[in-house]
Design a protein around this ligand. Structure first.
Ligand code: ACO
Length: 431
């Protein structure tokens, strides 16, 4: 019985097909089980559930492998730019020179946001978290930039992609400037995507921002490392919400909300806050390691552990190298880096972390890099969102083009009351 699994329930046999991926991954297809056997499968947190077939990103958690469209993350980080990686993810192939130029021009063309959107920022409570603002702004984009009915479907979709990739970056910088009561800087068409972002963020009439090519390169690498990560929590949110056939902006907004959580993209903010707490407490890491290992304490070592990687996250390796280069270039010493390195040194030799297969993830060192750029802590997850956007878009595109597409609608095992009668209010609580 090749490529089939046999399930026996109540003495009855069911043959279940086995799907094999291009890297040899195998999955039992249970999609007909309810229909054929009246059974669903239980998998809280989808730890062992494949929700789709995908040709975008390959991860091998035990070996710490990450590839986009077949290309190892190490090669992309070394040779590519964020814009080129975004093109690769969305379109499936690296662009030719002409395709790259067209894509870059399209990003420039769509980089401005409607001036009326400023009013939204201005009326947000000043202490609002930038991720909440970003999620609302992205939903609002749909009303400012509705589908271009006069264009062919594919062109409409490509323009929407360019709008999103370009405007998310503009919105993030705009939000930062407005939150500080500063003037908004507009994007410039002669600057690259990353240089434009840094200029929009930090240029000031009193202190012009000088673009440093090494920092631009580091930002490219940072965003490349975040560009996609197969069916993680926020990407699954994009696919699930998108499966109801909402517009792309609404699906991306759902992804932003999911990413905000401290167990997911919000871990970059939570990690820095943890490192700062250790620093304020005098820098002794021992009590924090002890707390992370204590079953009765909810504290976790933020930036450690991953649902898929059971060895070193390849992105963490690359980012720690970038952090050292950037701090060296800026001639700056960050005491939080010393603390992070000591935590890692101790944790990787400690049996608790070894047995639980807990290693630094991408968020462990990324905050130190973002601090070096001058990005405020509460914007760290916004930086992650800008990076993850091409992944969300490509996963959404793949899902709507999928011939096996279905509305995402998991089932449950009901554990509540069995049938009982309605009690009028004046008789409730009486025995
Ligand atoms: N510190 C201490 N213990 C940990 C940690 C940690 N960071 N992470 C997991 N564990 C322990 C758990 O306590 C549990 O122990 P037990 O089996 O003895 O009860 C075991 O490892 C498994 O933990 P789960 O939460 O079941 O593992 P899961 O795969 O669901 O968790 C997660 C992955 C959520 C990332 C987890 O490792 C975590 O909370 N890490 C800290 C937050 C973080 O850095 N998130 C960013 C992830 S990367 C990203 O989303 C971009």
């Amino acid at each position: 019985m090749e490529n089939k699994a046999l399930l026996i329930v109540d003495g009855k046999e069911y043959e279940l097909p086995i799907i094999v991926g291009t890297e040899g991954e195998r999955a039992i297809d249970i999609s007909r089980l309810l229909q054929d056997a009246g059974l669903i499968t239980m998998d809280p947190g989808y730890v062992n559930t494949g929700s789709c077939k995908s040709a975008i990103t390959f991860m091998e958690g035990e070996k710490g492998i990450l590839r986009h469209r077949g290309i190892p993350i190490e090669q992309l980080a070394e040779h590519s730019s964020f814009v080129e990686t975004a093109y690769l993810l969305i379109n499936g192939e690296l662009p030719t020179q002409e395709e790259f130029t067209n894509f870059s021009e399209s990003l420039n063309e769509h980089s401005l946001v409607h001036e009326d959107m400023r009013a939204f920022f201005e009326h947000y409570p000043s202490r609002a978290h930038p991720m909440g603002i970003l999620s609302s702004m992205v939903t609002a984009l749909q009303e400012f930039y509705p589908a271009l009915k006069d264009k062919p479907q594919e062109e409409q979709i490509n323009i929407t992609f360019a709008r999103l990739v370009s405007k998310l970056r503009t919105l993030a910088a705009m939000s930062y400037n407005i939150s500080r009561g500063h003037k908004v800087n507009y994007p410039k068409s002669d600057l690259s995507y990353c240089a434009n972002f840094l200029k929009m963020m930090f240029d000031s009439p009193v202190k012009p921002y000088d673009i440093d090519d090494d920092l631009v390169h580091a930002l490219n690498v940072f965003w490349i490392l975040h560009a996609d990560h197969e069916q993680n929590c926020s990407t699954s949110a994009v696919r699930l919400v998108g499966s109801a056939r909402v517009n792309l902006y609404a699906a991306i907004s759902a992804g932003i909300s999911a990413l905000w959580g401290p167990l997911h993209g919000g871990a970059n903010q939570a990690t820095i806050e943890m490192l700062e707490e250790i620093y304020r407490a005098g820098g002794d890491i021992a009590p924090f390691i002890a707390r992370a290992k204590d079953k009765n304490d909810e504290f976790r070592l933020m930036g450690f552990g991953h649902r898929v990687y059971k060895s070193y996250d390849p992105r963490a390796k690359i980012i720690s190298g970038v952090v050292h280069k950037v701090l060296g270039k800026l001639n700056r010493h960050d005491p939080l880096l010393d603390i992070a390195q000591r935590l890692e040194e101790v944790a990787v030799k400690d049996s608790y972390f070894i047995d639980h297969k807990l290693y630094p993830n991408v968020d462990f060192y990324s905050g130190i890099l973002l601090r070096a750029f001058g990005i405020p802590t509460n914007m760290f997850t916004v930086m992650f969102a800008i990076g993850r956007l091409p992944g969300w878009i490509s996963q959404w595109k793949e899902s709507i083009d999928d011939p096996d597409w279905k509305l995402h609608r998991p089932r449950q095992v009901y554990t509540g009351f069995t049938k009982r009668d309605y009690i009028p209010m004046n008789q409730r609580g009486k025995k």
